[in-house]
Design a protein around this ligand. Structure first.
Ligand SMILES: Nc1ncnc2c1ncn2[C@@H]1O[C@H](COP(=O)(O)OP(=O)(O)O)[C@@H](O)[C@H]1O
Ligand SMILES: [Mg+2]
Length: 330
């Protein structure tokens, strides 16, 4: 197959791209695919002409944002649909429901999947509440990812602190604020692969035991990105050491959430397990990060699926979706 890896460039004209692009390219080449890379920052014409020139059989979509627009992924896959180019991962409708953490919860609710109770504070001062909230609360942007707008201060213990944090998100992130009940407990990530019969990989646990005394056990933006910080140094992803029964339950909730949110091809479900044994879905990451040492690839590896096999399987899953759609039309 002719496959084009579509990826996001930090700046227009950048020559350098994220290592995940090289890793995915190498994996696809091992299966004899003809691979090209198209990196775009925020230029629609470049995106369109780049694709028309390459005429790929499949786009491997690693583009999560467009230019300075954090929510650009919806439009990017919309354009791919209009150009009739098959691609891996979700389409515009899927991405829209998945990026809005409030809509996500409403869909989980219909399928009886547990999530933290919540309220949404939009910037024009409406309040939408989903239940009765108990302190402590966790305040985060409604639609962002990569822990944008999340810090140690996101965990609040009073109305005053909560309002300060909501205002902070309105001002600095320019998004509605999602206020959730804080779920105390262990944090797990389960990777899921597939469409008709999604397969859940073994759970990865975020180990917070290295965090300094008194710091909230949350994966905020420092813990994710600031390599020098105590939060980064104090957290590490490990293969979860849990009883079979708990592993099976986490995997079942993950697959249920994956289906409820209409995730296509691959995704990662982030959950918390309370001391009383309840599993709450914190986030559904459709088309999650595919870096070779990241949580998703590591969990696939733990299931006996090496990185090249995983990446090629994602491409096949996407391609099969388009083939079956064509067959249904004929
Ligand atoms: N309701 C919650 N209760 C406990 N921890 C939470 C809650 N919401 C978020 N967190 C913590 O914050 C981290 C980031 O939140 P998440 O919703 O996954 O945002 P992002 O989309 O930016 O990754 C989670 O991995 C978890 O550690
Ligand atoms: Mg997350």
């Amino acid at each position: 197959m002719k496959i084009t890896i579509l990826n996001y460039l930090e700046h227009e004209g950048d020559k350098k791209h994220d290592t995940v692009v090289d890793q995915v390219a190498r994996a696809l080449k091992q299966s004899k695919h003809k691979v090209s890379v198209l990196g775009v920052h925020g230029n629609v014409n470049q995106l369109r002409t780049g694709l028309l020139r390459r005429k790929p059989d499949l786009v491997f979509n690693l583009m999560e944002t467009f230019g300075s627009n954090q929510l650009g992924a919806v439009g990017v896959v919309g354009l791919l649909d209009l150009l009739s180019v098959p691609y891996t991962g979700g389409g515009p409708g899927e991405f829209y429901i998945q990026e809005d953490k409030g809509l996500t919860k409403k869909l989980l609710s219909f399928d009886g999947i547990k999530y933290p109770e919540f309220a949404i504070f939009s910037q024009d001062a409406e309040l939408e509440t989903g239940g009765h909230l108990h302190m402590p609360l966790f305040v985060k942007p409604l639609r962002m990812d990569a822990s944008i707008g999340i810090s140690g201060k996101s965990l609040v213990h009073s109305t005053k602190e909560m309002i300060e944090r909501v205002t902070h998100i309105h001002k600095t992130v320019n998004d509605a604020a999602l206020v959730e009940e804080y779920i105390e407990g262990r944090e797990f990530y389960v990777g899921v692969l597939g469409n008709q019969e999604p397969q859940a990989f073994p759970a990865i646990e975020m180990d917070f035991s290295g965090m300094p005394e008194g710091m909230a056990h949350v994966l905020d933006s420092k813990a994710k990105w600031d390599e020098k910080s105590a939060e980064y140094k104090g957290t590490k992803a490990i293969l979860a050491d849990i009883p079979d029964e708990v592993r099976a339950r986490l995997q079942k909730v993950a697959v249920d959430a994956y289906r409820a949110l209409r995730v296509r091809d691959y995704g990662r479900i982030d959950m918390r397990l309370t001391p009383t044994g309840e599993v709450y879905v914190i986030e559904v990451n459709a088309s999650c990060y595919l870096e070779q040492t990241g949580e998703f690839s590591t969990s696939a590896e733990a299931a006996g699926m090496d990185y090249p096999t995983l990446i090629n399987r994602i491409a096949e899953l996407a391609f099969e979706r388009y083939k079956s759609r064509k067959a249904a039309k004929a």
